[in-house]
Design a protein around this ligand. Structure first.
Ligand SMILES: [Zn+2]
Length: 283
């Protein structure tokens, strides 16, 4: 099992606001060769994905997998979980950031491999079961997967002493969900949030979009909620990007290319909002 290397922040030289702005999601191709070695991020959270963020949250009573990536990523995630010394069959729950193919295409294969229950919120649960992208973007579909538990805003999943709470962040997809928890590290407790999604992908029609007719109202509500929230100590993105350097007092693995601290989170939300407002003016 890998251990983190102490209080070392990311040393990222360049920070482009646009790089963490509105357009993230179903763009780009994820391939197994993009995989990175798995590592412990903080507390009981491990990075097991490749180019995109897939996280394993371990507990004494089994584990939770956040995002399964594409089908191409399946073998890599399985191998990464095993490299860390965990058993794939001990994964009990599969949750997700949002129902776009680059984050959930591997759900069906992972559910078969693990016997885990798939948990999803609202419109994303519908999309997962249909195998169709019902977001404003309407990108490619995936193998339909049974959703074993449909949750609502504010619901929790609990396993082995770990609790994750769902914050509904509709807009990027109908059921995009920011999952929130807390972890212990070095005798301290840290609030951790896993990214759901903020605003629709660039190019997704905002007006009279039959897939998601309330996309504008939902996104505005999500942006309001995110701004009202106490920023998490650590925000785990579902894409590796170039982010600002982390607060050096935040004890996260320096290999984490998808970690943002509270300041980075505020900047991301502000960037997403500015981008969305300009699109509303242009429409
Ligand atoms: Zn997306």
């Amino acid at each position: 099992m890998r251990l983190i290397c102490g209080l070392v922040g990311l040393s990222v030289a360049m920070f482009s606001m646009s790089a963490i702005g509105a357009a993230e999601g179903a763009e780009g191709i994820q391939v197994a060769s993009d995989g990175v070695e798995p590592f412990r991020v903080i507390g009981n959270i491990y990075y097991v994905g490749g180019q995109y963020g897939s996280y394993l949250i371990t507990t004494p009573e089994g584990h939770i997998l956040h995002d399964t990536g594409t089908v191409d990523m399946h073998e890599l995630i399985v191998s990464n979980v095993e490299k860390l010394g965990f058993n794939i069959r001990d994964i009990r729950l599969i949750i997700s950031s949002h129902a776009h193919w680059d984050h959930i295409e591997g759900h069906a294969a992972m559910r078969r491999a693990t016997g885990a229950q798939v948990v999803a919120l609202g419109g994303d649960a519908v999309a997962l079961q249909a195998g169709q992208d019902n977001s404003a973007l309407g990108a490619r579909g995936w193998e339909p997967v049974t959703v074993d538990r449909v949750v609502e805003d504010g619901d929790t999943v609990n396993l082995g002493g770990t609790t994750l709470r769902a914050l509904w962040t509709a807009g990027h997809t109908q059921g995009a969900t920011m999952w929130m928890t807390s972890v212990e590290e070095g005798g301290q407790t840290f609030d951790v949030a896993f990214r759901g999604g903020e605003v629709p992908n660039d190019g997704a029609p905002l007006v009279d979009n039959p897939r998601h007719p309330t996309v504008v109202e939902d996104t505005q509500r999500t942006l309001r909620r995110l701004k009202e929230l106490d920023p998490p100590d650590l925000f785990l993105h579902n894409h590796a990007r170039t982010y600002p350097a982390l607060n050096p007092d935040l004890p996260v693995n320096p290999n984490c290319a998808s970690c943002l601290d509270a300041e980075g989170w505020r900047a991301m939300v502000a960037s997403a909002e500015a981008s969305f407002q300009s699109r509303l003016v242009e429409r």
